[in-house]
Design a protein around this ligand. Structure first.
Ligand code: SIN
Length: 519
């Protein structure tokens, strides 16, 4: 088969390598150059089960707990069962995971994991090590690589996906295929503050939505708790807290235990909200205290963070550093079955662009690289197989069962809601999403955001340049995200409504767009 893979993070590279190994003719398309996406930036590692006291069942239980009960148990089962094989494959490709003096894999701990089960490479440079190794593996094959090519459309013929339309510079081109695997990553650039690279504009989800694919759970956006609150967003890995670092308020008190018995190692959504509330109460960012780890350990175990924090004027071995949450990961996306198949024949989705059901309402730390590798390989193995409609069915709508340089403001947009609808710019959209579709949400804020975004959608020109295509994608996803968040009236996982109670569980919300209905 002729297979086109779009995206060059761990999911896309793994899918491309496996498809090539299975004898398919593979073209790998990427928006920038190979290695520019989120994978290369990932500090945190890959979760896997190694310790004698650990088990796949416990990894699955932690994943489902972090997901606030909304994870798909079958998808989680696949993830934890096949993780070790994929990690071994990464080792075979040359990823030098960190080891103890006796040669065994060094296992770290991160939030909401009951066991130390995270493997890292280069301390906090795991993603870069994986990206480098997989790109080298791709370069050794006959896989055709097309760089600087923006996906603008899926080509559909007789109700099946038969290729993609691309924009390279000013030139549009069609790339026919028997199957397309989307691995285009997430949409962190919907937000003013994000750990995501500039290319994370949700292109894959947007083109799939326009083509009629089922997309769900867009309201579940994960905010990472600890981004350095000084200068451009820079992530301070959860592994630092896993090693013992603490979060302090202005008086030096560890405030996270006020909201969860696991304190700094509670699920990310809980820690992020605790930080936002404390920062609002004290009028300045909270601080991450890693002094107890000592200068040598900090530089050895976290070389990238050590270097960047020092460049920005902090000696974290001697002083706590200011931190604040930022948009990090999208749990929702294109709905797939256990083999990456979407609701459109011929279209597969893997990695952050996909909604496999693994992450539920909140992703467990270090499950994303793992998911990319596991489901990337599975999608490649499923190429050419019968199309099965994805589970779970999303159409039956049941009611919910229950009720320093940028210290960002977390007030659900209340400060800005009276303003007239502003003119569109990407920065204005990102600020609107941050204010009103962010960490803390309310009906009024979401409704205001939705109205504003719909106004922009009606006035945007038909895109011709890459920037205009990205803007159109962001507007479409902003609308779908705000709309899903408005529809989910109870709080669950990363979706937190300040005007509602908690939900014990909920039916997935399929993304709908009135923008698409009116164009
Ligand atoms: C981190 O190192 O804290 C990020 C890891 C992840 O997002 O899973």
């Amino acid at each position: 088969m002729n297979v086109v893979v779009v995206g060059s993070g761990i999911a896309g590279l793994t899918a491309a390598l496996h498809a090539h190994e299975a004898g398919h003719a593979v073209t790998l398309v990427t928006k920038g150059t190979l290695g520019e996406g989120s994978t290369g930036l990932a500090q945190g590692g890959v979760a896997g089960v190694y310790g004698a006291d650990d088990s796949a069942q416990q990894h699955a239980a932690d994943t489902i707990d972090a997901g606030a009960g909304l994870s798909d148990a079958a998808a989680v089962g696949v993830l934890v069962a096949e993780g070790a094989e994929r990690i071994a494959e990464l080792v075979a490709h040359g990823v030098g995971f960190d080891r103890t003096p006796d040669g065994t894999l060094q296992l770290g701990r991160e939030a909401a994991h009951r066991h130390a089960r995270i493997v890292h490479a280069g301390g906090d440079a795991t993603g870069a090590a994986i990206s480098t190794a997989l790109i080298a593996a791709v370069r050794r094959t006959a896989i055709t690589v097309v760089e600087h090519a923006l996906l603008t459309e899926l080509i559909i013929d007789e109700a099946a996906v038969r290729g993609i339309r691309l924009l390279r510079g000013d030139d549009a081109a069609d790339l026919p295929a028997d199957a397309v695997i989307l691995a285009t990553g997430g949409a962190g650039r919907l937000y003013a503050h994000t750990t995501n690279p500039t290319g994370a504009t949700g292109d894959g989800i947007a083109v799939a939505l326009r083509a009629g694919a089922v997309v769900a759970d867009l309201e579940f956006v994960q905010f990472h708790p600890t981004i350095l609150a000084s200068g451009p967003a820079f992530l301070i890995s959860e592994a630092v807290r896993g090693e013992g670092a603490t979060l302090l308020d202005d008086t030096g008190r560890r405030f996270t235990f006020d909201t969860h018995p696991d304190g700094e190692l509670a699920p990310r959504d809980v820690v992020s909200r605790a930080i936002a509330r404390q920062a609002a109460a004290q009028g300045r960012p909270v601080r991450l205290d890693a002094r107890m780890l000592g200068a040598e350990t900090l530089a050895g175990r976290f070389p990238t963070i050590d270097q960047v924090t020092r460049k920005r004027g902090y000696d974290w071995s001697r002083e706590p550093i200011p931190v604040t949450p930022a948009a990090h990961y999208l749990m929702g996306g294109i709905v797939t079955d256990l083999d990456g198949r979407t609701s459109l024949p011929g279209l597969f989705a893997v990695g952050e662009v996909a909604r496999t059901g693994v992450h539920g309402a909140n992703r467990l730390a270090s499950n994303s690289l793992l998911e990319g590798a596991v489901f990337g390989a599975r999608a490649a193995a499923a190429l050419g197989t019968e199309i099965i409609l994805p589970r779970p069915p999303l159409d039956g709508r049941e009611p919910e069962r229950s009720a320093p340089s940028h210290p960002p403001v977390f007030d659900g947009g209340a400060q800005r809601r009276d303003e007239a609808h502003p003119a569109f710019s990407r920065a204005t959209l990102q600020q609107l999403m941050w204010d009103e579709v962010g960490l803390l949400r309310s009906h009024d804020g979401l409704a205001h955001a939705l109205g504003t975004v719909r106004g922009w959608a009606a006035s945007l020109p038909t895109p011709t340049t890459a920037e205009e295509h990205e803007d159109a994608n962001l507007v479409l996803l902003a609308e779908a995200t705000a709309s899903a968040a408005l529809e989910r009236t109870a709080s669950v996982g990363a979706h937190y409504r300040i005007d509602a109670g908690a939900s014990a569980g909920a039916t997935p919300i399929r993304a709908r767009s009135s923008i698409l209905e009116t164009v």
